[in-house]
Unconditional design. Structure first.
Length: 397
């Protein structure tokens, strides 16, 4: 009997140790997500390794939740088929290594147990994002208003995508969480976040924030949407001339970058016509784009088409696109079901749920003109935010 008890105690100690590793790796990921993709991925892989080890340990009771499993698995299988039938199978198969990103989603769903813990992690993310935005604004001071600030990232579009997600989550905390002493710093944090996002000059991320913020206002109080034009006008009037010109280009049909995207999208439709079912494979576009380049296009080569839907259809075919759309429709349906089940006093959980939903909406609106699904830094953070609503709703599998 004693050896059995000692073995059980050893298993329990190992379980606690691995749990502490995961508890440390998750905030490490959030900190590194706006600093270094290599460190962020390392934190995710460490957390996943520890989690997988816990699953092999004996447990008196273990309940695992796998929401969105069917569309998620279907999309991965469709991607695998697309890789095997790709124009360059070797390059495409290498991209399947990113399966750890959706696995991180399931780790968050199953590991985080309390709304307070999830709220603390969310606010850590906002704090780190605020510091990164201040660094980005310092680049504006040294480089001028025409400079598109990359902040802590290697490119301004990635920085803009991260700031868009973080600011949307911060807005959800401000609008839905019951004000407390720990809450007060969130309001001033919105100013550097907004300023740095504006100075990236990234219109897709701007539209993503507009969509996410509009959804938050609509869910909070529909009449609050009336203040949005006032806020937008104030931001426009107080922005530097270079930013005002960038904002005004939304309405300019002769804008060079807009017309370049139109040419790319036309090429994408032609590729889908020739490779309808399984596509050209991940990373296959760069191989065949020159053959489909439109005469009006400026770029001779490109690795993506600046649109999530078209890029998924080109790389993974219409089969992959169907599973991908199913994933997001299922996510919205399940999260909406969670939201309507919450009580008025569930302010903390509401902030997490609507923050997740609004950030995903922003992610996809930005993805109308950028390939946000292919930006690993932005996608990893999106998977983390996607998982937060499922802390309350855990269908057992």
């Amino acid at each position: 009997m004693r050896p059995i008890l000692l073995r059980i105690a050893h298993w329990q100690q190992t379980q606690r140790t691995l749990g502490r590793v995961i508890d440390a790796a998750i905030p490490a990921f959030l900190v590194c997500s706006v600093v270094s993709i290599t460190l962020a991925q390392a934190a995710i892989l460490l957390a996943l390794a520890a989690w997988m080890l816990t699953l092999f340990l004996p447990a008196a009771e273990r309940r695992l939740s796998f929401p969105l499993l069917l569309p998620m698995a279907g999309f991965f299988l469709a991607s695998a088929v697309a890789a095997l039938t790709a124009v360059d199978p070797y390059l495409s198969l290498k991209e399947l290594r990113n399966v750890f990103q959706p696995a991180f989603f399931y780790l968050i769903v199953n590991h985080l147990q309390e709304e307070e813990q999830a709220t603390s992690l969310t606010r850590l993310l906002i704090a780190v994002g605020t510091l990164a935005s201040l660094y980005g604004l310092s680049q504006t001071l040294t480089q001028g208003a025409d400079f598109r600030v990359p902040g802590t990232m290697s490119i301004y579009m990635t920085f803009a995508g991260l700031l868009m997600l973080i600011e949307t989550v911060a807005l959800a905390q401000v609008l839905f969480h019951t004000p407390t002493r720990q809450w007060l710093w969130l309001v001033p944090a919105l100013f550097p976040l907004t300023g740095a996002l504006i100075m990236t000059h990234t219109r897709g991320a701007w539209l993503g924030l507009v969509a996410g913020f509009s959804l938050l206002l609509w869910l909070r109080k529909k009449s609050a949407l009336l203040v949005f034009p006032v806020i937008a006008l104030a931001i426009f009037l107080t922005s530097p001339l270079a930013v005002q010109n960038r904002m005004s280009s939304f309405l300019n049909p002769s804008d060079v970058t807009f017309n370049e995207r139109l040419s790319m999208w036309h090429s994408g439709l032609q590729i889908i016509r020739d490779y309808p079912l399984t596509g050209v494979g991940m990373d296959g576009l760069k191989r065949i784009y020159p053959a489909y380049k439109q005469p009006t296009a400026l770029k001779e080569r490109t690795s993506h088409l600046h649109n999530n839907v078209l890029q998924i259809a080109v790389e993974r075919g219409l089969i992959g696109l169907a599973f991908w759309l199913w994933l997001w429709v299922a996510y919205v349906r399940q999260v909406w079901r969670i939201y309507v089940s919450l009580r008025p006093q569930d302010g903390r959980m509401k902030a997490l749920v609507v923050g997740s939903l609004a950030s995903v909406v922003g992610f996809h609106v930005a993805g109308l003109s950028e390939y946000t699904f292919g930006d690993s830094e932005v996608l990893m953070l999106t998977y983390f935010l996607m998982a937060l609503p499922f802390l309350r709703y855990r269908p057992e599998r």
